[in-house]
Design a protein around this ligand. Structure first.
Ligand SMILES: NC(=O)c1ccc[n+]([C@@H]2O[C@H](COP(=O)([O-])OP(=O)(O)OC[C@H]3O[C@@H](n4cnc5c(N)ncnc54)[C@H](O)[C@@H]3O)[C@@H](O)[C@H]2O)c1
Length: 266
């Protein structure tokens, strides 16, 4: 990448859920664009390794932070550490999320609550410490990684959809609250990331068993649902993220941007 493409040079970012999958890829793209990046995750060893790999490959400062986004004290301490290292946070990406699916008649309330706890309350806690870091400086960008399930119900996936719908309400409310501090708050709603660990390690096998299909047939079924006829990639989401973080999006706040090949149009 040429220096001309380092549009986030001089900026600092924190990404939650960044030990693997989409969060790690987003951390890497922010670093490639020149930002110093703090990666936060439950998985202490993995997030430290991701941070040092990204520092080596991108030549920026990185820090790996072990924390559970549902634990306010751990998140506060992680933000303190990131601010101690970087002095400021310009960009915070709330990406950590979990998916537990199931029929409503069988769904244990404790599992349903866990999904809300991570995906919605975890976002609230991360956004709270992002706002506390950004308000004194009078600028900042917060982006939540939401889902197309934040806009449309998801079959036998009520906890996840409810948590993501809630995330859009939180995004819009924070955008209103933080606008006077010049802090923009937006969400990105990706389609199915068909090559992500969630699909490759878990969902293809589950759905293949449930519907009596091969894993390849399940994958094709999900591709066929997309007007642009392919799965969502990490780069599709990262391109949207870089735009929302840049000054090109300086008049955009309170939005939930669909990045799903045309599957959702509202
Ligand atoms: N994979 C998809 O198809 C897809 C589609 C749309 C949206 N999303 C969203 O993208 C985000 C990332 O998904 P992914 O597929 O990369 O998932 P993933 O499971 O591969 O990665 C999630 C990361 O979050 C971390 N995490 C989970 N709970 C945490 C907690 N309490 N505190 C701190 N870290 C925690 C995990 O350790 C993991 O590293 C999620 O918000 C998800 O809802 C995913």
């Amino acid at each position: 990448m040429s220096d001309n493409e380092k549009i986030l040079s001089g900026k600092t970012a924190l990404v939650s859920g960044a030990a693997q999958g989409l969060g790690r890829a987003l951390g890497e793209r922010l670093a490639q664009a020149g930002a110093d990046v703090a990666l936060l995750d439950l998985q202490a060893g993995e997030v430290a390794a991701a941070a040092s790999e990204i520092a080596t490959s991108c030549g920026v400062r990185t820090i790996g932070l072990a924390a559970d986004v549902t634990d306010e004290e751990q998140v506060r301490a992680a933000f303190d550490k990131a601010l101690g290292e970087f002095d400021k946070l310009d960009i915070v990406v709330s990406n950590a999320g979990i998916l537990i699916s199931g029929a409503i008649t069988e769904f244990e309330a404790a599992k349903w609550r866990k999904v809300i706890e991570v995906n919605l309350i975890g976002y609230m806690i991360v956004a709270k410490y992002a706002a506390k870091a950004m308000i004194p400086r009078g600028e900042g960008v917060i982006v939540q990684i939401n889902s197309k399930s934040g806009k449309t119900g998801s079959h036998k996936n009520s906890a996840y959809a409810a948590s993501k719908f809630g995330g859009i309400g939180l995004t819009q409310s924070l955008a209103l609250e933080l606008a006077e501090h010049n802090i923009r708050v937006n969400a990105i709603c990706p389609g199915n990331l068909l090559d992500s660990p969630l699909w490759v390690d878990s969902l293809y096998a589950q759905y293949a068993k449930r519907w009596g299909k091969t894993e390849e047939e399940v994958r094709q079924m999900y591709i066929d649902k997309v007007p642009l006829k392919r799965g969502c990639t990490y780069d599709d989401v990262a391109d949207a993220l870089l735009f929302l973080c840049s000054d090109h999006a300086s008049y955009i706040t309170g939005q939930a941007l669909n990045v799903d090949g045309g599957q959702t149009m509202h």
